[in-house]
Design a protein around this ligand. Structure first.
Ligand SMILES: Cc1cc2nc3c(=O)[nH]c(=O)nc-3n(C[C@H](O)[C@H](O)[C@H](O)COP(=O)(O)OP(=O)(O)OC[C@H]3O[C@@H](n4cnc5c(N)ncnc54)[C@H](O)[C@@H]3O)c2cc1C
Length: 418
């Protein structure tokens, strides 16, 4: 059994960043991650200017951009089959960072947790799956978790649910939920990339589906979006038909679509979007996808989750240091984050309803609402989507202090695999 000030379920972007910020402020924190490492193939990988600014607040942005292999994408390109070509340009946004950095998320999480491990108050337990909440007189007082060695417990003044869109914590806490699931699923696979290929992220809309090509240096990570439930039909049509649709949408990789020769190379990701109506109860707060599962549209979820972590750390480190986290402190976190999250989910729904649903639901030529291309040429409006996607609303800055001593070298001693 462990005792700590703050116990965080889940070491995704939200949990890792909150763990780092609290440990840096001298708060004892235990992060529990059910997997042994971060090396899962599906992890979104867009680090937006909002997150780069947060890393900059922590003095980590230069090292991050210097040491992690990444691609910097300054423009998003969208091409429709009827020749319409639309762009969002990040070079005009008001930030030191005028690009989205594409970094495999496992590298990002390794980077953040390596930094956190420099602080003696940070502990990461891997292969530790939270299975239930502990309560004491109606207040959440920690978690029960399963490891290969058996069941154990962490007792904490505050428990954080950062365990993603299938959160066990929020289920156990019975917090009220509003479902806003978009009607789509994503097929996730790779095709090799050549140095002469485009550097940017390419979005291709075709009748019945659309897909994004994400530059990961030596391969394209492809996210191929289909209507919810359409996978069985797609498989029944055969791999040859699937390869043809890829080649038709992205002629530049037509000579490589044969690399897909087995359905096992393709992972089906079921998309869900929702949000909690209340993010907290006594002794417990949910953040990131556990509080509001984000759709993949515009690749904002990681960055919204990290902004949640920053606001939670800013508002909670001080009551945590006194061991007196009250309901009003938790309510304040939700109040600060709810509007930015709802605005981002609103933008995702708008795109979903006006661009993606018509595309996914149609076998005809894809068109946009008639005024859209025109409006996006007006200087005043043209940059708004890029700015919103890049920075979000609210743009929290890191306000937590640096209280804990920092070791010169990262130590692995604090990663405990049982
Ligand atoms: C198909 C798809 C593509 C996406 N692409 C992008 C993208 O490119 N860019 C982007 O910004 N966003 C993207 N998103 C959204 C993004 O993945 C999420 O919004 C973001 O990862 C949320 O971060 P998080 O830390 O809250 O949760 P997660 O990233 O889900 O992390 C939760 C962590 O908790 C762990 N965990 C789960 N249950 C337990 C448990 N019981 N005990 C202990 N640990 C547990 C998990 O293993 C995981 O490490 C995409 C979403 C989908 C569905």
């Amino acid at each position: 059994m462990l005792n700590t000030r703050c116990c965080i379920a889940g070491c995704g972007p939200a949990g890792a960043m909150l763990g780092l910020l609290l440990a840096r402020a001298g708060i004892p924190v235990v992060v529990l991650e059910k997997h042994a490492d971060f090396l899962r193939d599906f992890r979104g990988d867009t680090i937006h200017p909002s997150t780069l600014e947060i890393l900059d607040d922590l003095g980590l942005a230069n090292g991050f951009l210097r040491d992690l292999p990444h691609s910097e994408v300054a423009r998003l390109e969208m091409r429709l089959p009827n020749g319409i070509h639309m762009q969002q340009d990040f070079r005009r946004i008001p930030s030191r960072f005028k690009f989205v950095a594409f970094v495999p998320q496992w590298d990002f999480l390794e980077f953040v947790t390596a930094e956190a491990k420099r602080y003696p108050t940070f502990t990461l337990l891997t292969e530790a799956e939270v299975t239930d909440l502990l309560t004491d007189a109606g207040r959440v007082s920690g978690v029960r978790f399963q490891t290969p060695a058996g069941v154990d417990e962490v007792h904490a003044d505050l428990t954080i649910g950062a365990d993603g869109r299938t959160s066990r914590v929020r289920e156990a806490a019975r917090l009220p939920l509003t479902e806003t699931s978009p009607p789509m699923d994503v097929l996730w696979f790779r095709i090799s990339r050549r140095p002469s290929d485009s550097e940017s992220v390419e979005l291709r809309l075709q009748p019945g589906h659309f897909f994004a090509l994400i530059n990961r240096h030596d391969y394209w990570q492809i996210a191929y979006v289909i209507p919810k439930g359409a996978y069985a039909q797609l498989r029944a049509s055969g791999l040859a038909a699937f390869r043809s649709s890829l080649a038709e949408g992205a002629p530049e990789i037509a000579d490589r679509v044969d690399e897909i020769h087995d359905w096992d190379q393709i992972k089906l990701l079921r998309v869900r979007a929702d949000r909690l109506r209340r993010w907290y109860r006594p002794g417990l707060l949910c953040i990131g996808d556990a509080a509001h599962a984000m759709s993949p549209i515009a690749g904002v979820g990681i960055n919204v989750a990290i902004q949640d972590a920053v606001v939670a750390a800013n508002l909670l480190w001080e009551p945590l240091s006194r061991g007196q986290v009250e309901l009003r402190h938790l309510a304040r976190v939700q109040r600060r984050r709810e509007l930015p999250v709802r605005a981002m989910q609103g933008m995702q729904s708008l795109l979903q309803e006006n661009v993606l649903r018509p595309t996914l639901g149609s076998q005809d030529q894809v068109t946009l609402p008639p005024l859209a291309p025109l409006l996006l040429r007006l200087p005043l409006l043209r940059d708004l989507p890029a700015r919103f996607i890049a920075l979000g609303l609210g743009r929290p800055k890191v306000r937590t202090p640096v209280r804990a001593p920092r070791a010169d070298q990262p130590t692995l001693a604090q990663t405990v695999t049982r």
